[in-house]
Design a protein around this ligand. Sequence first.
Ligand code: AMP
Length: 459
Amino acid sequence: MSFTDLGLSAPIQKAIAEKGYTDPSPIQAQAIPAVLAGKDVMAAAQTGTGKTAGFTLPILEILSKGDKVRANQARTLIVTPTRELAAQIAENVEMYGKHLPLKSTVVFGGVKINPQMTRLRQGVDILVATPGRLLDLYNQNAIRFNQLEILVLDEADRMLDMGFLRDIKKILSLLPKNRQNLLFSATFCPDIRELAKGLVNNPVEISVSPKNTTAETVEQLIYSVDKNKKAPLLTHLIKTHDWQQVIVFMKTKHGANKLTKQLDASGISAAAIHGNKSQGARTKALANFKDGTISVLVATDIAARGIDIDQLPQVVNFELPNVPEDYVHRIGRTGRAGASGHAVSLVCGDEIDLLNDVEHVIQTHIPREIVEGFEPVHALPASRKLRALKAKKPKKFKTDKPEHKDGQRSGDNARGHKPTGKNRRHTGNSSSSNPYANSPGKPSGNSGGGRRINPSPAK
Ligand code: AMP
């Protein structure tokens, strides 16, 4: 299948060609016809599958045919958990829509609200937003939804993990009932199914790859090393392999800051990216990383979510994550869209339980190596035998210091609206227990001009 078969108009095709895409990715091949046909969509798709274009391209097509947007209105709302992800989606919207006369903007917390209010004054065809700032703007009458046609909830699982359920429900209550709903989530845990019940109506269900399987193009390796030798080993690896662009994952903001200083002290240019950094500092770190001014980006899971750097060759897990599914997201930073990549994990003896959890989720034992000069004193015990994945009840997770919740309003805690901090293990992940079998929508022939009426109001 090629993009020309999907019913997208010439200005969009031109932007796709300029981006260098030749064929739609599997999620695009399934989602684009379904969205164009006016269907609700529920898609299990990880970052790296091309899902952003999967919803953006047909939305642009639909919007290019409808009514002109009025002041302080938005015709499409894309809600996403983090500032980085929001900025990235907005970039994509702009790029794919550059030959169309549509207006779009992005709003998120951590920056001044006034310029965002000014941009919304004329109305926008597509508004990309984090939940907290969106509600702040609504409360200040800067945005209204009378003209809203399409809602996208992106990375819905992460939004729930970050405690945004209440904000999302509030947002849903503000939207017109007749609209098209697109729900994207890396995993479909019971909480997401619950959310979906009041949201999507008779959706086309799409699952592009078995959940929590790691990209086949990513080579994974474990370096068994003592905890206190991890930083010297990382420096050694970066220098001996001459890694030019590497993301290093940490569990905590404090750890990220400390490691960044250690790397800098050994002559390796690094920057930390996490929730305590100002938006300006985060944008600058990412820009410097992308243009090669710095070679190491030290990131926490939440901050790193959504970062998209083409063909990032190297990912390092300095610590294994508490939530094993985060391992899959982390290594999804490399080997994207068919490019090959490497993901190495520095694992000490204490982390054997975390390693067992990761290997259980990915259903593979990761090869191990020991680097000469960094032999561990506390050996990493042998991994547990793999057991088949099966659906489990959601379980509360103990996290280290909770990360700042991106996109959350500064007054939330004061108003007693705290993030739940419930990092759940997403369950029901085996492909055998996956009810989201491939079921691409049958285009109805309605190429997007007419909007479907959704009889099931969002609560
Ligand atoms: P996403 O899953 O939306 O974050 O996209 C992951 C990466 O795949 C991004 O770098 C996109 O630019 C790239 N991409 C999206 N669609 C295609 C396509 N059809 N062909 C090649 N690369 C693509």
